[in-house]
Design a protein around this ligand. Structure first.
Ligand code: G3H
Length: 355
């Protein structure tokens, strides 16, 4: 289950995001930077107002990577349920010193490390954070006008981050100027939460939070992801969403001469989905073809695969992971092996659920 983290400036906005369906109330002053901190008194007032209805996180601030400075800022906010600490651009040694200084506070306060996609993120620090007792790690962006998270890091890199952090027992979060169409694409990675500020206001990021915008984002975040472990051939017709003839270079093939080089592979995917309802207007109501394109790109980026069959079945399972997809046909063709395109087409559907 993916949760919604909503960044707010204080008690009034906290009330709005709770009404709009936020799972985490995240205190931050957006006019003071990516992780601009609110004062300890605003934190206290917000904790009083929220009164345990939601966990409250507080950011430590846009701080230099100096152990004493960061530790003091964390201590001043230890009343929060979580404190978020930015790993801002600095040498590895400086970041390690900050993490070491937070080992002791981490035994009393749940700490979340924030990597910045546009701030030299070093994900090799994930095991160090887990070992120091951090509760979680997330990715955000520093430059709020320089592009959304998915412009800074590929979906494959974000997927690796989520998987690695989760294997280490860390809570995982993704944020960074996220917009509505980003939600279904990132939901595929199943982070523990997605974080928002800019998308929750009707205007600029440091303008007031808007209830309608919070509700719109809430509606986009799936309550649950369907299991994709039992795909079987299926029948029945709904509407079709498709990606046709998406061709890209990838390393594929069981022969020795196919190793260590890329060849053009063509993907076509046709997914039968629950019929679109009349008057559809928002991303929350549709299954996005972006999710299919991202899944294909991820397959291409992950390195050598021997068989087109492997790619076809994995892609089918990814598409079927969305409960709105009833059946999918995936065609994978190798274009450089001879006089003809060669490949596989598989059709898979959803297993009937147990009575
Ligand atoms: O922690 C999440 C951030 O507040 C995200 O802010 P943003 O959506 O404006 O990048």
């Amino acid at each position: 289950m993916i949760r919604l983290l909503a960044s707010v400036t204080g008690p009034e906005e906290a009330e709005i995001v709770i009404e709009g369906g936020a799972d985490f109330v995240d205190l931050k002053d957006p006019s003071r930077g990516a992780l601009g901190a609110v004062s300890p008194s605003v934190l206290e007032a917000t904790l009083r107002a929220v009164a345990g209805r939601r966990p409250v996180s507080a950011v430590a601030g846009d701080l230099p990577m100096q152990p004493d400075v960061v530790r003091r800022a964390v201590e001043a906010r230890r009343a929060a349920d979580y404190v978020k600490i930015g790993l801002f651009p600095a040498s590895r040694e400086e970041r390690l010193a900050v993490i070491a200084a937070l080992r002791e506070p981490a035994s009393r306060t749940r700490l979340i490390a924030v990597f910045f996609a546009d701030g030299d993120p070093d994900f090799t620090l994930l095991p160090v954070l887990a070992e120091a007792g951090f509760a979680g790690a997330m990715i955000d962006t520093i430059g709020k006008s320089s592009g959304r998270l998915l412009k800074q890091l590929s979906l494959a890199a974000l997927g690796d981050f989520v998987a690695t952090a989760r294997n280490l027992g860390l809570l995982t979060g993704l944020a960074g100027s996220l917009e509505p169409p980003d939600v279904p694409r990132l939901a595929v990675l199943e982070p523990d939460y997605l974080g928002f500020r800019g998308a929750l206001t009707a205007g600029p990021r440091d303008g007031p939070v808007d209830l309608g915008a919070v509700r719109a984002i809430r509606a986009l975040i799936p309550a649950e992801t369907a299991s994709n472990s039992h795909s079987v051939p299926a029948a029945g017709r709904g509407d079709l969403i498709f990606v046709r003839d998406f061709t890209l270079p990838m390393e594929i093939g069981a022969y020795g001469h196919e190793r260590g080089r890329a060849q053009q592979v063509r993907f076509s995917v046709e997914a039968e989905i629950d019929p679109i309802v009349a008057g559809v207007r928002t991303m929350a109501e549709i299954y996005s073809y972006d999710v299919i394109i991202d899944a294909i790109r991820s397959l291409a980026e992950r390195g050598h695969t021997d068989l087109v069959e492997t790619l076809a079945l994995e892609l089918a399972d990814t598409v079927l992971a969305d409960a709105r997809v009833r059946e999918v046909t995936v065609r994978v063709e190798k274009l450089e092996l001879g006089p003809a395109a060669v490949g596989i087409a598989v059709t898979r559907g959803r297993a009937a659920s147990a009575p």
